[in-house]
Write a protein that binds this ligand. Structure first.
Ligand SMILES: Cc1cc2nc3c(=O)[nH]c(=O)nc-3n(C[C@H](O)[C@H](O)[C@H](O)COP(=O)(O)OP(=O)(O)OC[C@H]3O[C@@H](n4cnc5c(N)ncnc54)[C@H](O)[C@@H]3O)c2cc1C
Length: 265
């Protein structure tokens, strides 16, 4: 089994976002981490490798900082990591991002399963996984809460998808693309040995030419979305008052008087 996990580096979830007058977005000095939702995809890939053998390759299209996400995945136990980047990739939207990832997966050739997290915590479009599946002509099994069965010989996978109304059981032939959701597993911590391996490893960078991608299909040239104006939402104005009576009954009575006075009730 060759399993590929796609991952993106994101700011820490505690990061404070700001936008300057020119529309430049900043996450302050926030450390860059693996997209937290992708840890579920990495964990699932490692469990499948433990059950069926093979290897797990983690890939990311991103600038040099993206190596932080790859390092984390290696420290968790992935076997190989590849970054795909050229300056032409700057400002890629999901259309262009999925093109680059699909080309890289195509180049690998022997891939049985491609795993994604449910979304990226910063841009959060939820589009990249399905777009990669569409580009590769593979089944897209998204919002997967459980991989119920995987048969590498019959080359089938059966999953449970999380829907608002319940769960849906779906089977598909391999190779397939699976988007994982929170709750599919409990991601493992990075191990000491894993951290050492991640620190010593070489992280090859594939160029567009190496994956057979055309430069006019990446970055701004290959993107359908333009961001003409980026701004922070207006700060919410409001005030809070703590109502405190001598007793619970008195507090409730004070609250009711206030709500009546404000014509809320
Ligand atoms: C510096 C910067 C500039 C940007 N400029 C533009 C712009 O000009 N126009 C525009 O439309 N968008 C822009 N974006 C946003 C960009 O479109 C998205 O970050 C990107 O396409 C991925 O979409 P998403 O984050 O919504 O991922 P989702 O679709 O929510 O993520 C789904 C899954 O795909 C994985 N994934 C996402 N991206 C990658 C990747 N690069 N490599 C591997 N796996 C990945 C995620 O980790 C997750 O597992 C910019 C982003 C950055 C960081």
């Amino acid at each position: 089994m060759h399993i590929v996990v796609c991952t993106k580096h994101t700011p820490d979830s505690e990061a404070k976002m700001s936008v300057d007058a020119s529309g430049k977005v900043s996450w302050g000095g926030s450390p860059l981490i693996i997209n937290p939702w992708d840890e579920y995809a990495v964990e699932e890939a490692l469990r499948l490798r433990e059950a069926h053998g093979g290897k797990v390759t983690v890939i990311s299209m991103g600038p040099p900082e993206a190596v932080e996400a790859l390092k984390h995945a290696i420290a968790m136990g992935c076997d190989e990591a590849i970054r795909i980047w050229e300056d032409a990739c700057v400002d890629s939207d999901t259309l262009a991002t999925s093109y680059v990832l699909a080309k890289a997966i195509e180049k690998m050739g022997d891939v049985d399963l491609v795993l994604f997290g449910k979304s990226a915590i910063d841009s959060q479009t939820w589009q990249v996984g399905v777009a990669v599946a569409r580009r590769l002509g593979l089944p897209a099994l998204m919002y997967v809460i459980k991989i119920a069965a995987l048969d590498p010989v019959q080359r089938t996978i059966t999953v449970e998808r999380l829907l608002e109304e319940g769960r849906q059981v779906v089977s598909a032939p391999l190779p397939a693309v699976v988007g994982t959701t929170k709750g599919i597993n409990e991601p493992r911590y990075t191990s000491f040995m894993g951290i050492r391996k991640a620190a010593r490893m070489e992280y090859p960078v594939w160029s567009l030419a190496q994956i057979g991608a055309e430069a006019n299909k990446v970055g701004v040239a290959g993107s359908g979305v333009r961001w003409p104006h980026i701004f922070m939402p207006p700060v919410r104005e409001g005030e809070a008052e703590i109502i405190q009576g001598e007793t619970v009954e008195a507090t409730v009575s004070l609250l009711v008087d206030k709500l009546l006075a404000e014509k809320v009730i």
